[in-house]
Design a protein around this ligand. Structure first.
Ligand code: GLU
Length: 416
């Protein structure tokens, strides 16, 4: 699966660079480049017009050496098994970098949620949950939100699982509404982690966040919160794009107002506090910091040369292709890789799972303080590893992650 355009192929290239430096044994290399389990299900749903549609869903459990599989579920027309497998592998490395007792998993359903009613989305979510029910559970595999899924979808997921097992199970899924066992701070956690790693990177590179210019691609749960928190740190958000277009303002956009605009219009397009910005032009902006927070394969060989930022913090999973990353590295751009930069979300998912299992809930302050400590520690370990091996932050994050999973695999030994 190393063909051009394969997301899993991109993951493999990143893995191989680090595995070579680690001198990973061939057997472990083979194990860690294969998904443990790939589930494909068909989900029939009666649509509002009375017709029955069949949606294809996937759940991939890439590796469960360190604990239950963990990772989100995305609803998107472009979902493929190749993509979900790569995302499940990235969750494996992300949980290992953040030192969480989880393996990696990911789910996806091929659908266009922007064209579905609330009732259709509920029916799809319940059927998808029922189709994968034997494979999931608090000790087996714990899903969460991802692209186009949210607290409501997690609520339906948790309810469907609970009805099947005959008791209320809160720890089967994270990113739930707070009222039903969700964690305070979870919704903001990925964006908060992006802000923390941007701040730590700026400190390392010797510049201040205050007054720095930031460009953001994607204004969903990750991009909007990262922008808001960076603006609170004194940074100027000079441009934001989403799936429909963008908006720019060299003196800094008013992010709370932009968030209110998006709540009403579902896009940043048409925001009165700035000028229009073409979707592809976000990478060309004069900015010190670039935050890709949309989908994979956005920064490519074709546009990497346009990027003026000296710091890229990957809010999305897999936004930079390996060839683009090589070009950026050669130019001295400091890239905080996805498996470190966006680990804040799954870190607070871990806190949510812990709280659910204890039936004892923390304050938002406690959640945020623990997130801060975890992110700073992970950043420091990856930075020290980069310095030790004289590699970039992405290779260093893989070295840390593969090292941790490999150590436990060796300790546990081979079954049968
Ligand atoms: N979907 C998020 C990610 O890609 C969060 C996963 C989780 O919380 O399990 O990291």
């Amino acid at each position: 699966m190393t063909q051009q355009g394969s997301v899993f192929g991109a993951m493999l290239r990143e893995f191989e660079g680090a595995a070579r430096i680690l001198n990973l044994e061939p057997g472990l290399w083979r194990m860690l480049t294969h998904a443990k389990r790939q589930i494909i299900v068909s989900c029939p749903v009666q649509m509002d017009n009375g017709e029955i549609e069949v949606f294809t869903g996937y759940r991939v459990q890439y590796n469960v050496t360190l604990g239950p599989a963990k990772g989100g579920i995305r609803y998107h027309p472009g979902v493929t098994l190749d993509e979900v497998t790569a995302l499940a592998a990235w969750m494996t490395w992300k949980c290992a970098v953040a030192q969480l007792p989880f393996g990696g998993g990911k789910g996806g359903v091929i659908c266009d949620p922007t064209n579905m009613s609330r009732r259709e989305l509920e029916a799809l979510t319940r059927r998808y949950t029922a189709e994968i029910i034997d494979a999931i559970g608090p000790d087996k595999d714990v899903p969460a939100p991802d692209v186009n899924t949210n607290e409501q979808i997690m609520a339906w997921f948790s309810d469907t699982y609970s009805m099947h097992v005959g008791h209320t199970s809160t720890a089967v899924v994270t990113g739930k509404p707070v009222e039903m066992g969700g964690s305070l701070g979870r919704r903001e956690a990925t964006g908060r982690g992006v802000m923390i790693t941007a701040r730590e990177s700026a400190k390392h590179l010797g510049f201040e966040l205050t007054g720095s210019r930031v460009a953001v691609q994607g204004f969903g749960n990750v991009g909007s919160v990262a922008a808001e928190l960076l603006a609170l740190q004194g940074a100027k958000i000079v441009g934001v794009t989403d799936w429909k277009g963008g908006v720019q303002n060299p003196t800094g956009l008013d992010i709370p107002k932009l968030i209110a605009h998006v709540a009403e219009h579902k896009t940043v397009l048409g925001f009165a506090g700035g000028d229009a910005l073409g979707a592809a032009d976000v990478f060309k902006l004069d900015a010190e910091i670039l935050i890709p927070a949309a989908l994979e394969n956005q920064i490519t060989e074709d546009n990497a040369g346009d990027i003026k930022a000296k710091l890229i913090v990957e809010g999305a999973n897999g936004p930079t292709t390996p060839d683009a990353h090589k070009l950026l590295h050669e130019r001295g751009v400091f890239v905080v890789p996805d498996i470190l930069a966006n680990a804040g979300g799954v870190t607070v998912s871990y806190f949510e799972w812990v709280q659910d299992r204890h039936g004892y809930f923390w304050t938002e302050k406690e959640v945020n303080e623990r997130l801060e400590a975890k992110m700073v520690e992970a950043f420091d370990v990856v930075l020290k590893t980069a310095q030790k091996y004289k590699v970039d932050m992405r290779a260093a994050a893989y070295i840390v992650a593969i090292g941790r999973v490999a150590t436990v695999t060796r300790m546990r030994g081979m079954y049968a």
